[in-house]
Design a protein around this ligand. Structure first.
Ligand SMILES: Cc1cc2nc3c(=O)[nH]c(=O)nc-3n(C[C@H](O)[C@H](O)[C@H](O)COP(=O)(O)OP(=O)(O)OC[C@H]3O[C@@H](n4cnc5c(N)ncnc54)[C@H](O)[C@@H]3O)c2cc1C
Length: 399
């Protein structure tokens, strides 16, 4: 199938890098990128770190869009999709009108969840969100954050550093409980107190109201600024009626193709089939979105590819670098390397004696060694792995 006119929907990490990858692979015909935001594609992880902290202003990708000969249509939102039943391709309907295509990349990312209520609630998904919140982070401001996940912890770090009086409300029993389990998540709870942040777990919020928040038990908490970091959902509602299979994310195979080979999806909006894990996965991580751009471009151009990364994520919170690699949903054993009182520690998850995932706190070597082992599969010498003084690689043996 020779394509004449490829449209990329979504100008984030995944969409912009797929566009660049298409050109790098020799696609010379019409290429258009439709992005809802008014800004050229930029990087999101710094938003809750250096951008919020005023240490960085512009996180735009250093891409030569003119050199790429890309039709960059910013501030334009895709509203619906009509696929041609007789031939590959169709028409994208956007806020600016119809846009025909014969190849399509879906990379619309995710949108943050919000709480009920009429009070002002901030989220941080876009650079405009971060810029709106930033001037409010002043000494003495009563800032209440809902959600002690990755994003909540990062915002709490910056806000506390700027002298805000920060309270974090978490519905679960511990920070990061949804991501790494309550037992391990609880190891991070002392970080909040040490930074002067009040952490209240098992505290569900019913609504954000003018002047504060209403908790599920009826208590009202006054706040000057409310920030909600309770997760995100794939931005796929606009695909309703397109005929594409959408569950939690656009369903794609291991080569990132939908049931229509001329339509691929990747990044936070895609539920891709992982051969490694034997299930569809929605992974909202920077590394996974970036790694998908090459196979997505190749698949669209008709190559036989397989996207099958080991998920990897990092976070910077309370002066620590936290990194996670793998997938521990089927783990049956946990190995602790150190304790929460140590300045650095790590956790390994195993299934049937084999390494499934790793979490490290300020132990970058452990992360690198485990990540390499996760890619190929390995068995773990548990006593050696449980000794933080032993190099992790010496506790891992090829399976
Ligand atoms: C604040 C923040 C901090 C993060 N920090 C980390 C981190 O430390 N480590 C890590 O691993 N990951 C981090 N992530 C996750 C990482 O940034 C995402 O996984 C990555 O951005 C996903 O890229 P994407 O292109 O799929 O989606 P996005 O980056 O969300 O881009 C999607 C783009 O599509 C646009 N769009 C949506 N709907 C439409 C439509 N209908 N029409 C046109 N355009 C549309 C959106 O406006 C957006 O610009 C962070 C995310 C956020 C928000």
């Amino acid at each position: 199938m020779t394509m004449e006119n490829i449209v990329v929907v979504g100008g984030g990490l995944a969409g912009s890098h797929t566009a660049a990858a298409l050109r790098a692979r020799g696609y010379r015909k019409t290429l258009t990128l439709v992005g809802a935001e008014p800004h050229p594609p930029y990087d999101r992880p710094p938003l809750t770190k250096s951008v919020l902290a005023h240490e960085e202003e512009d996180t735009s990708f250093p891409t030569d869009w003119i050199g790429l000969d890309l039709g960059l249509r910013l501030g334009e939102r895709a509203e619906s999709l009509e696929l041609d039943e007789r031939r590959p391709g169709g028409v994208l309907r956007t806020t600016a009108g119809p846009l025909p295509f014969d190849g399509l990349v879906l990379a619309t990312g995710a949108e943050p969840l919000r709480l009920p209520g009429t009070g002002k609630q901030h989220v941080v998904r876009t650079v405009d969100d971060a810029r709106a919140l930033r001037p409010l982070l002043r000494p003495g401001t009563r800032l209440t954050l809902v959600g002690a996940g990755w994003i909540g912890a990062e915002i709490a770090t910056v806000a506390a550093g700027k002298g805000c009086r920060v309270t974090v409300l978490e519905a679960g029993p511990a920070p990061l409980a949804a991501a790494v389990g309550a037992d391990i998540g609880a190891w991070t709870a002392p970080w909040y107190a040490a930074a002067g942040v009040t952490l209240r777990c098992d505290t569900a919020v019913a609504s954000v109201d003018p002047g504060g928040l209403r908790l599920a038990d009826g208590e009202f908490l006054a706040a000057d600024v409310v920030v909600v970091g309770i997760g995100a959902r794939p931005a796929v509602d606009w695909l309703t009626g397109s005929g594409l299979a959408v569950a939690r994310g656009v369903i794609v195979d291991a080569s990132l193709r939908t049931a229509r080979p001329e339509v691929v999806a990747l990044g936070d909006c895609a539920a891709w089939w992982s051969r490694r894990y034997g299930r569809h996965m929605v992974v909202e991580h920077w590394d996974t979105a970036l790694k998908a751009s090459e196979p997505a471009a190749a698949a669209l151009l008709g190559e036989d590819v397989c996207h099958d990364p080991v998920p990897y994520f990092w976070s910077e919170q309370f002066g620590r670098t936290v990194q996670y690699a793998g997938d521990h949903h089927d783990a049956d054993q946990v190995v602790l390397r150190g304790s929460p009182e140590d300045p650095d520690w790590a956790v390994l998850w195993l299934a049937g004696g084999r390494l499934r995932a790793v979490l490290t706190v300020d132990r970058p070597r452990d992360l690198v060694q485990a990540r390499r082992a996760l890619t190929h599969g390995c068995v773990v010498d548990v006593p050696a792995a449980a000794d933080p003084a032993t190099a992790l690689r010496d506790a891992l043996r090829a399976a």
